[in-house]
Every structure is written in structure tokens, then in C-alpha cells.
Design a protein around this ligand. Structure first.
Ligand SMILES: N[C@@H](CCC(=O)N[C@@H](CS)C(=O)NCC(=O)O)C(=O)O
Length: 222
């Protein structure tokens, strides 16, 4: 396993771009084959039978439901969580750069150039912040409906699936940024999150230093 330092630009070095020309993590190289994008990687791991517990429902209808959920998360929640994350945690890194350095950095990012230029060195506007949190709010409402339809405690019913695993980091990030209010009225989402966060796997995944509030003291409340 190779760990990249995103602030030093490891993801933009030619050796990494030859693996992932998008210049973002994660990328999986397995038996010399390259697999890109987190939601594709997790299904690939299932396809090569690396998991002891299947995380994709065996019935085609439920597998399709799961993929539709993941598409929704990738379309609505994924891009939205980036705006508060950058404004609240990462912006100071960019404010330390000169205008010229900042533009050069933005230009070097294959997928995130426009995003960085829009943010600029003063951050996203209040409207952008509100629009993005509204999308996370909509995602939580959608999850509440799905949890109701499946009977829970997971999005597709009794067993945890890739859909839960795909959206979990977004919800945990918003919780870490102090925005648990976004799902305060979604009782099923609250129970879903509690269940996930009480598992030993969660504990292992979010080892010390994984949360932004553990890295950036200004995010710590109280
Ligand atoms: N859709 C991609 C998004 C990947 C992505 O945005 N990764 C971020 C870290 S969470 C990244 O590598 N950013 C590097 C940069 O902005 O330069 C996936 O899920 O794999």
C-alpha cells in the first residue's frame, strides 16, 4: 500500500498520473490491473472474492437498487461535501500560497481545477455553502425513506451493503464538521449511524488522526 500526501501533490506526480490520470485517490493496482474510483473499487473487491461477507445483495433487483443509491450519492452528496470540507478545513493551506502559486496549483489538477478556481483564496460563498448543505440534507431525507422501505437497520435491509459504505464517510465528515443538525429529524439515519459507529470495523477504519477535527485544532468544538 502506498500512502500519498495530497498537500505535497503526490497525486499529481507523473508516476501516479500514469496509474490514475484524474490525479485523485484512491486507485487500486491488483495483479498489474488498474481499478479507479472508490465505488468501482469496492465492487471490484467483491468480484475478486476478497470479502468474507458479501457486501452486494445477491438478488439482481436489490443489487440494482444498491447501485442506484451509489449513483445518487456520487452525484448529490459527494460533490457537496467537498465545499464545507474545503471552506472549513483546507482553505488555510491555499491562503498561504501567492496568487501565482495558487493558479499554478489549480491548473495542475486534472479534475479539480475549476473547483479550486471557483473557491479562490477567499473560499466558497455563503450561497455555495448553503446549497451544498441543502444537498446533504436532501441526501439524509432520501436515506430516511430508503431505511423505511427496506425496514433497516441498513439501507437495503438487514445486511450492510456497499451503499451504506459509500455514504458513511460523507455523513461522518459532516458530523466531524459539527453539522449533525442536518439529520436531527431523521430518526432512522441517527440509528443507522449509531450502529455503524459502534462496530469494530468502524473503529479500525477511523483510527486516530482520520478525522479532520483531529488534524485541524480550529475545528474542535469546546
Ligand atoms: N469519485 C472519486 C473522487 C476521488 C477524490 O475526490 N479524491 C480526493 C480525496 S477524497 C482527492 O484525491 N483529491 C486530490 C486533489 O484534490 O488534488 C472517488 O470516489 O474515487
Amino acid at each position: 500500500m502506498e500512502i500519498l500526501d495530497l498537500f505535497s501533490g503526490d497525486q499529481l506526480k507523473p508516476e501516479y498520473l500514469s496509474i490514475n490520470p484524474n490525479g485523485v485517490v484512491p486507485a487500486l493496482v491488483h495483479d498489474g490491473k488498474i481499478v479507479l474510483d472508490s465505488s468501482v473499487i469496492i465492487e471490484y473487491l467483491e468480484d475478486i472474492n476478497i470479502n468474507h461477507n458479501p457486501l452486494r445483495p445477491p438478488e439482481p433487483e436489490n443489487a440494482a437498487k444498491m447501485r442506484a443509491m451509489i449513483r445518487y450519492f456520487d452525484e448529490v452528496a459527494g460533490p457537496s461535501v467537498r465545499i464545507p470540507s474545503y471552506n472549513m478545513a483546507f482553505l488555510p493551506h491555499f491562503q498561504d500560497l501567492s496568487v501565482k502559486e495558487f493558479i499554478a496549483l489549480a491548473e495542475s489538477k486534472p479534475l479539480r481545477k475549476d473547483f479550486l478556481l471557483k473557491m479562490g483564496r477567499t473560499g466558497f460563498s455563503e450561497k455555495d455553502m448553503n446549497d451544498s448543505t441543502a444537498k446533504i440534507d436532501a441526501t439524509c431525507n432520501r436515506m430516511e425513506v430508503w431505511l423505511g422501505e427496506s425496514g433497516g437497520p441498513f439501507l437495503l435491509g438487514k445486511a450492510i451493503s456497499y451503499a451504506d459504505i459509500c455514504i458513511m464517510p460523507v455523513i461522518v465528515r459532516m458530523q466531524d464538521l459539527g453539522r449533525s443538525d442536518l439529520w436531527a429529524s431523521n430518526t432512522k439515519v441517527i440509528e443507522w449511524l449509531k450502529l455503524i459507529q459502534s462496530s469494530a470495523t468502524y473503529e479500525k477504519t477511523y483510527c486516530e488522526g482520520s478525522l479532520l477535527s483531529q488534524v485541524y485544532p480550529h475545528l474542535r468544538n469546546g
